[in-house]
Write a protein that binds this ligand. Structure first.
Ligand code: IYR
Length: 222
């Protein structure tokens, strides 16, 4: 059993309170400009930008630092087409049969339906997988911890990184998503978490007229 080793946290930088205020406000100002975009231009984005965003995602805090995630970055048009076809098949069933009326009513303000053209038009689909467990070289399994939370936080970092880089994103969750393992050749210990679509919006893109809850509604200070 190896013991914990510690190093000085020289990366931590204290910020004067006035600057703290300013930075926190600036971050909010930046983040509030993020919108989920569903209409993408057929315009390339350099792969290096996505790589940097993924590096940021990989810094996320996570259970026991086991980093239980895998990101499959799809730009190949043939694979995107397969994903679109499989997703639309599930989505059609969802919208036309499986979805309860209450769910459809909740989705109405977003104007979504079973058609998912963005899965082909956007330059990048990042399929995010959650590793329920890891597999050693000898085939034995290692348990992962707080997998959903960990992957959710990494996904949040990834979305923020893309947004800061000037990319629009969409969190797409076709249900069920098992087809992603087959199409992308991922192993049984990995569960599809969501597809993050990234790219440029079409010109004059429109987004639903929705609002975010005010601070008083989402917080309690005691
Ligand atoms: N997965 C479907 C339905 C959907 C569900 C929720 I909750 C959303 O916020 C948006 C869509 C789809 O992608 O259309």
């Amino acid at each position: 059993m190896s013991e914990a080793k510690f190093v000085l946290h020289t990366d931590y930088q204290e910020v004067p309170v006035a600057e703290m205020q300013q930075r926190a406000a600036e971050f909010y100002t930046t983040m509030r400009r993020r919108r989920t975009v569903r209409d993408y231009a057929r315009r390339d984005v350099p792969r290096e930008v996505i790589e940097q965003c993924l590096l940021a995602a990989g810094t996320a805090p996570n259970g026991a630092n086991l980093q239980p995630w895998h990101f499959v970055v799809v730009s190949d048009p043939a694979i995107k087409k397969q994903i679109r076809e499989a997703a639309e098949e599930e989505e059609r069933d969802f919208y036309e049969r499986r979805a309860p009326q209450e769910w459809l009513a909740a989705l109405e303000p977003l104007g979504t339906d079973w058609r998912k053209p963005f899965l082909e038009t956007a330059p990048f689909l990042i399929a995010i997988f959650a590793q329920s467990y890891s597999v050693n070289a000898d085939g034995t399994h290692v348990k992962n911890y707080y997998v959903q939370e960990s992957v959710g936080i990494a996904t949040g970092f990834l979305i923020a990184a893309c947004h800061l880089a000037g990319l629009a994103t969409l969190t797409h969750t076709p249900s069920p998503m098992g087809f992603l393992n087959e199409i992308l050749g991922r192993p049984k210990n990995e569960r599809p978490y969501l597809i993050l679509v990234a790219g440029y919006p079409v010109e004059n893109v429109q987004v639903p007229a929705i609002t975010k809850k005010p601070l008083e509604q989402i917080t309690t200070f005691l």
